[in-house]
Every structure is written in C-alpha cells, then in structure tokens.
Design a protein around this ligand. Structure first.
Ligand SMILES: [Zn+2]
Ligand SMILES: [Zn+2]
Length: 388
C-alpha cells in the first residue's frame, strides 16, 4: 500500500546569502568548540586514561535525561501543551533541559511555536528553504532577536520564569560542574567532564537539530503535503521518537509522534509511564477518525496525481473506481466508529437491558469492522494498481 509522497527536494528555492556580520560569536564558538573537543579530546582521553563504568553510567543517564527533557519537556509539554505535568516533573525537565544548552524553555518554545506557525516561510526560525545547514545549525549561529510574544501562557508558570532567569547558571552548573565533580569523586574529573559534559551536549544538540533539518528533508509524507515535514523511522531512532514529524506537524497537540505501539518513540513511553504514576495527566491525542481521514485524503491525492500520467481510457476507468472505493471506505469507517461508540457506551452501563444491547452490538461491531477491513483492502489494491 502506498501511503506516502515521493520525497521532494525541500531546498529547491534559491538560498539567500548568510549575513556573516550577524554571526553570534558566543553561540558559534560554543557549537564549534564543543564539537572539536568531543571529536578529538574524548578519544585521546579514553586512549590515555582508560574506560570508567561509573562515568559511562552517568553519561547514559545524562544522555537520556537531557534528551528527553528537550523532546518531552521543551517540545511536547512547554511548546505544545500536549499534556499536563506536576511541578517535580516540570522542574526535572527544566533543570536537565537547561543542561542540554539549547536556551531556556521559554525562548525554545517561542522559536518552536513560530516554526509551526510559519513553517517553510519567512518567520520560521529554522526554515528549511534556506538550506539544510541553516535549518540544522546555521540559524543558531546568527544573531537574531525574536520577541517573546507567543508564550504568554508559559509566563504564568513560576518554574518556567525561574528557569529563564537562571538558565546560564543551571546550564553551566548541571551541564558541566556536576559531571566534573562526579568525575573528581570517582577519580577521573576531566574524563567525566569531557564525556558527560561536552560529548553528551554535542550528541543531544545534533539529535535536536536533526528534527529541524532531516525531518524536513528526508522521509515520507503520509498525513500532509502542505509543508516540508516528513516521517522517518530511521530519524526517530536518532531523535528520541521525534522522527514522525509529518504526523507531528499535522497533529501537533498529540503527545505522541509515533502513533503505533511499535513506533520507536521513547518520549511517548516516558509521558505515558509518568501518567500511570499520576505525575502527568490530560494526555491529548488526535482522534483515530481524523488521522485516518488525513491519511486517506493524501493517498487519494497522490493516486489522482499518478493517474494524470496514464492513458486517458485507463485514467477514466480508474478514476471512477477510485471514487467508488473511497466512498465505500469512508462510509465503512464511519459505521464502524458509530457502532464502536454505541458498544462502548452500552458496556459502560451494564444493567440487564444494556447487557443484551451490548451483546447485539458486539456482533454488529465485528461485522462493521470486517466490512471496513474489506473496504480498506479493496482501496489499497486500487491505490497500488494506480501507482503501479
Ligand atoms: Zn518541523
Ligand atoms: Zn512541534
């Protein structure tokens, strides 16, 4: 079944010149310096001082804690409010998010909301139309003042205001000084600083940057063709589950990015696990019916596009079949959803009368599901046929 657009080149438009005079020297030196130290200093130190299990343990913890604080905290919680979190969880995300050295949550969320609002256009802070390098890291290297007009809701949270005020102290203290002190305690201060402080920062930086660059450059577009965002399971592996970015741009309020249980999305698993402990709540999800409709509409659009290249007779015959199969599929889905809702409502209030209604609906539900799956198989075969 074809459910995606052929990847297109998102950088086909002409790239404006980078205004070198606006280079942010602090950011540039930090990004380049940490990368050089991670690539050169860490291997030399490991070769000369050997390997330490306690430091590797802290490295693994910091990698997960800072990475997930960006994806779960800065992104899905503070930027999109896809769920609510208790104060200790918000504080953890803010403290370890600061240690990721990607700005305060307030500024990060402001940039990210501007990205969603203006994606691929002027006003998108990491606009992929300005090139892969610009979207990945170039935009961080430029001095650009962006007013914080779109985060009034976050300013009401005292923890967010506190982190914004003490961001630099937290970034240096939690990101660098704690790893250094831990290393001193276990007998290799510089080893811990280089690995847990510097190399971990570089890895989490580029993991986040890939979401702005690769997720708008490579992959499939099963839910929307409106912008350059793309879904990629491979990129999800590198970005704590954020690789399902086409879904995310279409349903940005959903706390999940990978919607299937088998989609690699550790951020979603963390949020769900915290919800089971009662520490996060009001997890928002897009309705299955809306997700289904978005996917089917894209398949239909692409099939119609493919048919434009085919001989007229074939096209006319297939267009008619496509139309009928689409109608059958949508109506089977609507019926299945309706029976499912009735069945669940009947099951919730199980008196004797309702029990017999639930038994009847159970049969109807199975029939409606079978009818829908049959319509979906016919639809997929037809889509494959038009794309063949
Ligand atoms: Zn995006
Ligand atoms: Zn987002």
């Amino acid at each position: 079944m074809t459910s995606a657009a052929t990847p297109t080149t998102a950088t086909q438009t002409s790239k404006p010149r980078i205004p070198w005079k606006s280079l942010d020297l602090v950011n540039t030196l930090f990004l380049v310096g940490t990368a050089v130290v991670a690539l050169v200093g860490v291997p030399i130190h490991l070769a000369t001082h050997g390997f330490s299990w306690p430091i590797m343990g802290l490295f693994a913890f910091y990698l997960a804690a800072t990475g997930l604080s960006i994806t779960g905290g800065y992104h899905r919680l503070f930027s999109h409010q896809a769920f609510q979190a208790m104060a200790p969880v918000r504080a953890f995300f803010l403290i370890f998010g600061a240690a990721a050295c990607q700005n305060s949550a307030l500024k990060w969320a402001s940039d990210h909301r501007a990205h969603h609002l203006n994606v691929d256009k002027e006003g998108d802070p990491y606009n992929i139309r300005r090139g892969f390098f610009y979207a990945h890291i170039g935009w961080v290297m430029l001095k650009e003042s962006r007013p914080l007009k779109n985060v009034q809701d976050l300013l009401k949270d005292p923890l967010v205001r506190w982190q914004n005020r003490f961001y630099t102290v937290l970034a240096i203290g939690v990101g660098g000084v704690i790893p250094l002190l831990f290393g001193w305690w276990v007998g290799d201060a510089w080893g811990s600083f280089l690995l847990v402080g510097v190399a971990r920062t570089v890895i989490v930086h580029h993991s986040t940057f890939l979401i702005n660059s690769l997720c708008h450059f490579m992959g499939r577009q099963p839910y929307s063709l409106k912008d350059s965002s793309r879904d990629s399971a491979v990129v999800a592996l590198l970005t704590y589950g954020e690789g399902y970015h086409n879904f995310h741009h279409q349903f940005q309020y959903d706390y999940r990015n990978g919607i299937r249980w088998y989609h690699w999305d550790p951020t979603k698993w963390l949020i769900k696990t915290l919800a089971l402990c009662g520490w996060t709540s009001r997890l928002r999800t897009a309705q299955d019916a809306h997700i289904f409709t978005a996917r089917i509409e894209i398949q239909k659009t692409l099939a119609q596009k493919n048919l434009e290249q085919r001989p007229r007779e074939f096209r006319d015959a297939m267009e008619q079949k496509l139309h009928l199969a689409h109608e059958a599929l949508v109506s089977a889905r609507i019926k299945w959803e309706r029976v499912k809702t009735d069945y669940r409502a009947a099951k919730r209030s199980m008196d004797a009368k309702r029990r017999s209604l639930a038994a009847t609906l159970e049969g109807e539900l199975l029939a409606a599901r079978a009818h829908f799956l049959h319509a979906q198989t016919s639809w997929s075969m037809l889509i494959d046929h038009t794309n063949a």
